[in-house]
Design a protein around this ligand. Structure first.
Ligand SMILES: *[C@@H]1O[C@H](CO)[C@@H](O)[C@H](O)[C@H]1NC(C)=O
Ligand SMILES: *[C@@H]1O[C@H](CO)[C@@H](O)[C@H](O)[C@H]1NC(C)=O
Ligand SMILES: *[C@@H]1O[C@H](CO)[C@@H](O)[C@H](O)[C@H]1NC(C)=O
Ligand SMILES: *[C@@H]1O[C@H](CO)[C@@H](O)[C@H](O)[C@H]1NC(C)=O
Ligand SMILES: *[C@@H]1O[C@H](CO)[C@@H](O)[C@H](O)[C@H]1NC(C)=O
Ligand SMILES: *[C@@H]1O[C@H](CO)[C@@H](O)[C@H](O)[C@H]1NC(C)=O
Ligand SMILES: *[C@@H]1O[C@H](CO)[C@@H](O)[C@H](O)[C@H]1NC(C)=O
Ligand SMILES: *[C@@H]1O[C@H](CO)[C@@H](O)[C@H](O)[C@H]1NC(C)=O
Ligand SMILES: *[C@@H]1O[C@H](CO)[C@@H](O)[C@H](O)[C@H]1NC(C)=O
Ligand SMILES: *[C@@H]1O[C@H](CO)[C@@H](O)[C@H](O)[C@H]1NC(C)=O
Ligand SMILES: *[C@@H]1O[C@H](CO)[C@@H](O)[C@H](O)[C@H]1NC(C)=O
Ligand SMILES: *[C@@H]1O[C@H](CO)[C@@H](O)[C@H](O)[C@H]1NC(C)=O
Length: 412
């Protein structure tokens, strides 16, 4: 016995106030078993685009998954049958997803979208009125049982006639004891981004948990050669902190330590270009007055998926002055540094050891360490400064004291 979706109106209204989301934005569904316990929980937003044949021309229509739907056709699932989430809406439209499960995990299996082009509201002027079906592999990654799989990022699933964009998704099949889990399994797409809380679900059933920041980037060892001779060495872990202007959200992107290194070595200039699947970052080092080198320029080309579409970002600043080091030495900094490139991008660096000029026999020369690493120097400076202040205070007190007693003698 299934029940229609339960809408947490209070939570939705609260959310409306907080975020300005429209009521149609997220659909929340709880499928119940024979004992009236929740067995499948879902919250999701879906944008559909369907191309259909009109009067002589191809037309397309876009709509979102409506709140007024029935999950009556859903199946809780047991040892013999797979859980099925079926959402019926309008005259004969439905979206359904069945789940497979094994050894402590569950995952989405096949996603089926059925639409009825006789519905003149959604398909005005359709020529062939018929019920159509598309079935595609769901993009839901495997998640441990007793967790809610969440994916706030938009994911698009496209077939010939239909594009479905899923976002703000939370799914749990095989809910145990009717208690929706408080633990999230975050999808891969959300791992590299910092995102806001999931719409109604977070507000209604749990305290907001942000996806964890990506781990500290692993250190890549990058080498450039001039012929057979190593001419540039760079060991470092890199993380880009991007503030995406359109939505003002920050995104942390770790540079793959397997990035390919290329570039150019020279007497006065050296360039290191690191490239992975999504990102290209280049570092330009320059020699200044024959005695020092520094990082002069950073360029970055980043592709990001925002709301289901890929966007490219180019960031460049050629008047930087980081990592100043004597020629013939290498630069070392174990601590995390945050190098501002532009208002949009900060590079967080970890365990930097770099030498772009005058390598001897292909290895690092003597290292000049960044001041951040030098706690040992900082502490004596602080102690020394404190002592100096103390001495000054004592001297002043002594002088004032003497003046007072001198004045005292005079009046007598
Ligand atoms: C199922 O549980 C809800 C509360 O969670 C209750 O309002 C409803 O009456 C119950 N329905 C049945 C058929 O027991
Ligand atoms: C289809 O288009 C033709 C010509 O463009 C028009 O005469 C006809 O009325 C249209 N039919 C419908 C159902 O709109
Ligand atoms: C849908 O139609 C619009 C214009 O009516 C067009 O710009 C767009 O490319 C179409 N989309 C698809 C997927 O056909
Ligand atoms: C779902 O099924 C119940 C009875 O099982 C019925 O009362 C209810 O009207 C159905 N809802 C829809 C939208 O079909
Ligand atoms: C399903 O299988 C498990 C162990 O494999 C068993 O404990 C449980 O009773 C079974 N449930 C049903 C409904 O058959
Ligand atoms: C398709 O839509 C039409 C018009 O709304 C309706 O009469 C028909 O029953 C629907 N077909 C199905 C299979 O629900
Ligand atoms: C899910 O449904 C598809 C098509 O309806 C079917 O081929 C597949 O076997 C089902 N998966 C499971 C785990 O039952
Ligand atoms: C469900 O109930 C059983 C028995 O009461 C308990 O052992 C188990 O931990 C519960 N599971 C969850 C996820 O609450
Ligand atoms: C990178 O270089 C460092 C220091 O030279 C070394 O400890 C580390 O093992 C190297 N890592 C790899 C993956 O070669
Ligand atoms: C990323 O940048 C934002 C805005 O500049 C800042 O608030 C945040 O602390 C930074 N995060 C990290 C991990 O660098
Ligand atoms: C990087 O390379 C190492 C060793 O070749 C490999 O184990 C690792 O999976 C690679 N990482 C990525 C992200 O490709
Ligand atoms: C989905 O559609 C709504 C309304 O048409 C729009 O505001 C929203 O940006 C779309 N979201 C995505 C991820 O395409």
């Amino acid at each position: 016995m299934q029940r229609p979706p339960v809408l947490h109106l209070a939570a939705l209204l609260l959310l409306l106030l907080l975020t300005g989301f429209s009521l149609t934005e997220a659909v929340e569904i709880k499928v119940h078993d024979n004992n009236n316990k929740t067995c499948i929980y879902a919250i999701l937003s879906v944008n559909f685009t369907v191309v259909y044949e009109g009067n002589g021309t191809m037309k397309n229509t876009t709509f979102t998954l409506p709140n007024s739907l029935s999950s009556n056709g859903s199946v809780c699932g047991d040892n013999n049958s797979a859980p099925l989430l079926k959402m019926d809406f309008g005259p004969g439209h439905s979206l359904s997803l069945n789940f497979s499960h094994s050894a402590g995990i569950f995952r989405g299996d096949v996603l089926t979208f059925t639409y009825n082009t006789s519905d003149t509201n959604l398909f005005p002027g359709a020529k062939n009125t018929s019920v159509n079906q598309v079935a595609v592999d769901s993009l839901m990654e495997a998640a441990p049982l007793n967790t809610v799989y969440t994916c706030r990022s938009a994911k698009a699933i496209a077939s010939k006639e239909v594009i479905m964009v899923f976002y703000d998704v939370g799914l749990q099949a095989l809910v145990e004891n009717g208690t929706i889990s408080k633990n999230e399994s975050i999808c891969k797409a959300d791992m590299s981004t910092t995102m806001g809380p999931l719409t109604t679900w977070t507000a209604s059933t749990m305290t907001p948990t942000k996806p964890p920041p990506p781990p500290i980037p692993s250190v890549g060892n990058y080498t450039l050669k001039n012929g057979s001779e190593t001419c540039l060495l760079a060991n470092m872990g890199l993380q880009l902190n991007l503030t995406y202007m359109e939505d003002n959200q920050t995104r942390l992107i770790n540079i793959d330590s397997n990035s390919t290194a290329s570039g150019l070595c020279g007497d006065q200039n050296a360039t290191l270009v690191l490239e992975d699947m999504k990102t290209t970052v280049s570092f330009h080092f320059m020699v200044q007055e024959q005695s020092k080198f520094f990082l002069k320029e950073v360029k970055a080309n980043i592709s990001l998926v925002v709301n289901g579409s890929t966007t490219s970002h180019y960031i460049n600043n050629s008047s930087l002055k980081y990592w100043q080091t004597s020629i013939g030495s290498s630069y070392m900094c174990h601590k995390e540094q945050r190098l501002r490139v532009t208002d949009q991008m900060v590079i967080n660096t970890f365990n930097v050891w770099i030498q772009p000029f005058e390598l001897k026999s292909g290895t690092f020369s003597r290292a000049e360490e960044c001041s951040l690493d030098d706690d040992s120097i900082l502490i004596p400076i602080i102690v020394g400064a404190a002592l100096a202040v103390l001495i000054v205070i004592v001297v002043i007190a002594y002088v004032i004291g003497r003046r007072k007693s001198y004045a005292g003698y005079q009046t007598l």
